[in-house]
Ligand binder design. Structure first.
Ligand SMILES: Nc1ncnc2c1ncn2[C@@H]1O[C@H](COP(=O)(O)OP(=O)(O)OP(=O)(O)O)[C@@H](O)[C@H]1O
Ligand SMILES: [Mg+2]
Length: 319
């Protein structure tokens, strides 16, 4: 299988402001040593509670943030973030759809012009615009009559379909979906997810699907990663991770999923940890003395299934 994207030891640290002359506040380690890959044609899910660094990864991949360190290889090309050509290459081939369709669509433009903007930005010849718009609109499940509407005249689901059309009117290889259905009603959410599944095979896309909701990942993703405060704590085939979660945090997520059924988003914690050792140690019910020293590396527990937890060291049974 060809890997369309490989991310290795990615770090994105933000310097935060502060007027104190005495002590500089430590940087926010939004993403702190994350590695993953996406095979061509597959959907990789990225789960984790608010503030865990999911959108920051997405923004790096479309050239909006420059990584502090790490390597990114896309379509066989090692990306240098100081190279404008490389950033253009990322933007040309990676599309993104954000959670909130209201703030991401210009309210003053008709749908047709919102989609057209993407063609203009990519330098597509004006004479091809109408044909390309007419092609993508039915694929994303929009009625052609919606093209003359303004965003406020559309439902939430229709607005997300406009975002999809705008992201895909210029063909892409990878589409990042950052909580694309969290603002939608459950029934509309299911329709949009079905459209996404269909689009992926029709257009030969790969997806990075970001969500709080494990139910959505169960339906959409082949493999998934779980993040906690900038670190990857578990990754593996979705079935394996959800049916046999090994990291105590993933176990908590899955327990939530089983308890609540429909909605499986996670407890929101407020601290930004800045201590030595495992990122999860203050919450973990199984904490051991080992956990105080360094954050654990990823241990492989099954084929393709890895866990950053000392409980998963070979020979120690994970709970
Ligand atoms: N430009 C920035 N400057 C400073 N800190 C930032 C910046 N962008 C993100 N952060 C911080 O980085 C951390 C990760 O944020 P991010 O938006 O990636 O989380 P997320 O997992 O997408 O959360 P959510 O589920 O709420 O969307 C947070 O603590 C956030 O406040
Ligand atoms: Mg986010």
């Amino acid at each position: 299988m060809t890997r369309i994207l490989e991310v290795e030891d990615l770090k994105v640290h933000f310097k935060v402001g502060g007027f104190s002359l005495l002590a500089k506040p430590p940087p926010v380690k939004a993403v702190d040593g994350v590695s993953f890959y996406i095979n061509e044609g597959e959907t990789l899910g990225l789960a984790g509670e608010t503030g865990s660094g999911k959108s920051t990864i997405a923004k790096v991949l479309v050239g909006l943030y420059k990584p502090t360190s790490g390597r990114i290889r896309f379509m066989g090309q090692e990306i240098e973030f100081d190279n404008r050509g490389h950033i253009t290459f990322l933007r040309r081939n990676i599309g993104i759809v954000f959670q909130d369709p209201v703030s991401s669509l210009n309210p003053r433009l008709r749908v047709r012009d919102i989609i057209r903007e993407a063609l203009v930005a990519a330098g597509v010849d004006r004479r091809e615009h109408d044909e390309k718009i007419a092609h993508i609109v039915p694929l994303v499940g929009l009625r052609p009559s919606s093209l003359d509407s303004y965003p406020r005249q559309l439902s939430g689901g229709e607005k997300q379909r406009v975002s999809l059309a705008r992201a895909l009117v210029v063909p892409k290889k990878l589409l990042i979906l950052d909580e694309p259905t969290s603002s939608l009603d459950v029934s509309v959410q299911a329709q949009v997810l079905n459209t996404l599944r269909k689009l992926k095979s029709e257009l030969g896309l790969s997806y990075l699907f970001i969500t709080h909701d494990l139910n959505v990942l169960k339906y959409m993703s082949n493999r998934m990663c779980v993040m906690f405060y900038g670190k990857l704590v578990e990754s593996g085939p979705t079935k394996s991770v959800i049916n046999h979660p090994k990291h105590p945090y993933t176990q908590e997520l899955v327990a939530n999923l089983l308890r609540k059924g429909e909605s499986s988003s996670v407890v929101i914690r407020e601290h930004q940890p800045s201590f030595e050792g495992c990122i999860y140690k203050r919450i973990c019910p199984y904490v051991m003395s080992e956990c105080s020293q360094t954050h654990p590396p990823l241990y492989q527990v099954a084929e393709e299934h890895s866990v950053a937890c000392y409980l998963s060291k070979a020979g120690v049974p994970a709970h």
